[in-house]
Write a protein that binds this ligand. Structure first.
Ligand code: ADP
Length: 268
């Protein structure tokens, strides 16, 4: 009987080992899939701006003298646009790697949401000429402890997406209000929305909605936003509005003892 128990114990140890091995194998397959996705998506994404840069440079080198100043400027702008698109991809990759390795450090300070949204819109405005931006920020929001630069990056990413996935000349609304112990910010657009069963998956690394794959993108932006928001102990999610368009929400915790802005100003 003791032999039988020992036999059973040995079998269950073997089973555990097998399950662990299967889990490790599944993780390796998943990692391999992610690497393939990375190579496919990044090489595809880099090829487009790279070929527009090299095309414009060749034209300028070979026959630049034949073009007038305006045409030359147009070619230089194409080069600049391509270079900044490549720069964005590289920054996204670095951010993603930093988040994954736990190397992202937050430089937290008291943050004024109105200032954060104003600064973000000014930066976004420089590259946006084809959408109408509306702002709806509740007055007297409390200051929060956050990394201003990283939150600006999150909002810029959401605005970039709203611009990319909604029709030209439509309205993008950026809003902020207090709800219980949180500040809830949102970026709302009038685009086609996200299929309901993919509202959660859009935050996965490299995930892109099938019908959007013609539009430039890497599928990294929202996963980085999620990493940054969660590092602030916040939450990010997407919702479709019944009348059309997508709302991207961020909720960030407020602090019980936040300083009051006016008092600070008076003290200065
Ligand atoms: P990228 O835009 O580079 O593809 P993101 O991670 O920012 O990567 O977004 C992932 C996917 O989520 C996008 O490819 C797109 O399919 C979808 N998506 C993101 N924002 C919106 C939006 N505002 N409206 C519709 N679809 C969106």
């Amino acid at each position: 009987c003791i032999d039988a128990w020992a036999g059973l114990a040995a079998i269950s140890v073997e089973r555990v080992k097998l399950t662990e091995a299967a889990r490790e194998a599944a993780m390796l397959v998943e990692a391999d899939k992610l690497h393939t996705a990375l190579f496919n998506s990044i090489s595809h994404e880099l090829r487009t701006p790279l070929s527009s840069i090299s095309g414009s440079v060749s034209t300028l080198l070979e026959s630049g003298a034949m073009y007038n100043r305006e045409q030359q400027t147009e070619l230089l702008e194409t080069i600049q646009e391509g270079a900044s698109r490549m720069e964005r991809i590289v920054i996204n990759l670095l951010d993603s790697a930093r988040l994954e390795s736990g190397m992202l450090t937050l430089k937290k300070d008291w943050c004024d949401i109105e200032d954060l949204i104003g600064t973000t819109i000014r930066r976004f405005g420089k590259k946006n000429t084809d959408h109408i931006i509306e702002v709806d920020v509740s007055p007297d929001l409390p200051l929060i402890q956050a990394d201003f630069v990283l939150l600006e990056q999150v909002l810029l990413n959401l605005l970039d997406n709203a611009k990319k996935y909604s029709p030209t000349d439509s309205v993008i609304t950026i809003a902020a209000k207090q709800e219980a112990d949180s500040i809830v910010m949102s970026v709302q657009d009038q685009g086609a929305g996200i299929p309901n069963d993919e509202l959660v998956r859009v935050f996965d690394k490299f995930f892109r909605v099938r019908q959007d794959r013609q539009i430039p993108g890497t599928g990294l932006g929202l996963s980085i936003c999620k990493g940054i928001v969660e590092a602030h102990r916040g939450r990010i999610w997407a919702e479709n509005r019944p009348d059309g368009g997508t709302d991207l929400y961020i909720s960030l915790p407020t602090c019980k003892y936040a300083p009051i802005m006016e008092a600070e100003d008076e003290a200065k």
